[in-house]
Ligand binder design. Structure first.
Ligand SMILES: *Cc1c(COP(=O)(O)O)cnc(C)c1O
Length: 377
């Protein structure tokens, strides 16, 4: 059996080697390492794929969030509501920009930000909401858009874990993750569903004026060369990464499908097991399984993780500590027990390997070991 990894980037590369090597060679020959033609071509292809009116690439997913927040014209101390159960990037950029992160509990079933907790957190100073489409499934965007419309708020979607996921509105309309709110952001970190071989990110918007501002902010705030309209940053997707992403974008749908196959296999194998809850699948979103995340009942999560590790099966805890208890964010003044849902998820979640090259033998072995653990414990 091939060694099991959370994400097997080498096996994926081996299957794409000819296409990828050719794309990299072409950039090496051109030496247009910054702002080469592949960057614009990739933006156009991602625009086509996503259905967004504008796509602006940048250096990584965290920059994408920062640029999005910089483009909205918010004032110091304005409040932005986001989820407590996610990667730190969202609250980090708010803190850096002098905005006030207002964090709320997720829905315990989907792990995504809960519309009810958003409603409760709104104050006269609230200006925006940042839902994160966690683990590959869209947050409840229809409810979030309606809350935002009622309070005149911007919605910035963090779609770093959900590139290619589809949101289905109750009227049947379908939109891709990241193209639903005011602005969407994503990351091309290597392990993301659409990942490059280094760092990369992008923003999506349908708003022509915002798109121009976003493109300018990502390029030092420049409008025409050496004339600066905004305080900007330097955040570029480099040409090599764009060339790699052009190849991988063509495979994204089949990759997402492969992840879903692995998830279906897990779901079926774990159906009878009372000690674990398999990921809940929302009716309003496809799930592209950036992570396959179990909830382990009865305080056995850490023991299961150890058991699997001893048998050559990696697993990860996303996320082990709630954001409100991190030293850097103590200044926000939250108490340990302010977020019961986040606290209990941090004790229960365990993500199993899920990637584009998983084979039947690996899936059989992993599910066999998980079930064996619960039969013996
Ligand atoms: C990966 C990730 C980011 C940050 O992306 P980088 O490209 O690593 O900066 C932001 N938000 C979420 C939810 C992520 O998973």
């Amino acid at each position: 059996m091939r060694e099991i990894q959370m994400v097997d980037l080498r096996a994926q590369y081996e299957n794409l080697k000819d296409e990828i090597d050719r794309a990299i060679q072409a950039v090496l020959q051109s030496t247009a390492f910054i702002k080469g033609p592949e960057v614009g071509m990739f933006e156009d292809e991602l625009k086509e794929y996503s259905g967004a009116r504008h796509v602006v690439s940048c250096a990584n997913g965290t920059d994408a969030l920062q640029i999005a927040m910089m483009s909205l014209g918010l004032n110091h101390g304005d409040e932005v509501i986001t989820t407590n159960f996610t990667f730190v990037a969202t609250i980090e950029v708010l803190a850096l920009l002098g905005l006030k992160p207002v964090i709320v509990d997720p829905d315990p079933g989907t792990f995504n930000i809960s519309p009810d907790s958003i409603r409760k957190a709104i104050t006269p100073r609230t200006r925006a909401i940042i839902p994160v489409h966690l683990f590959g499934q869209c947050a409840d965007m229809e409810s979030i858009l309606s809350i935002a419309a009622g309070h005149n708020l911007f919605v910035v979607e963090d779609a770093a874990q959900a590139t290619g996921a589809r949101f289905i509105f109750s009227n049947g309309n379908v939109k891709k993750a990241g193209t639903i709110g005011t602005i969407g952001t994503t990351s091309f970190f290597p392990s993301k569903n659409l990942g490059c071989y280094g760092d990369g990110g992008a923003l999506f918007t349908d708003d022509d004026e915002l798109a121009g501002k976003i493109r300018s902010i990502a390029n030092h705030g420049m409008k025409i060369r050496y004339h600066y309209n905004y305080v900007g940053i330097n955040s570029r997707l480099d040409t090599l990464q764009a060339a790699i992403l052009r190849v991988k974008l063509r495979h994204l749908d089949s990759y997402n499908e492969a992840r879903r196959h692995a998830a279906d296999y897990y779901d079926k194998a774990f159906k009878e097991c009372q000690d674990i809850m398999v990921p809940l699948r929302s009716s309003f979103s496809s799930h592209i399984f950036h992570q396959y995340t179990l909830k382990v009942k009865g305080g056995k999560r850490d023991e299961l993780k150890r058991y699997l590790g001893e048998r050559g099966i990696p697993s990860m805890i996303y996320y082990p500590g709630p954001l409100h208890m991190q030293n850097a964010y103590r200044y926000l003044g939250y108490g340990e027990n302010d977020f019961p849902v986040t606290n209990s998820l941090c004790r229960e979640v365990l993500s199993l390997p899920v990637h584009t090259e998983m084979d039947r033998e690996q899936l059989e072995y992993i599910t066999g070991c998980v079930l064996e653990f619960f039969n013996n414990n």
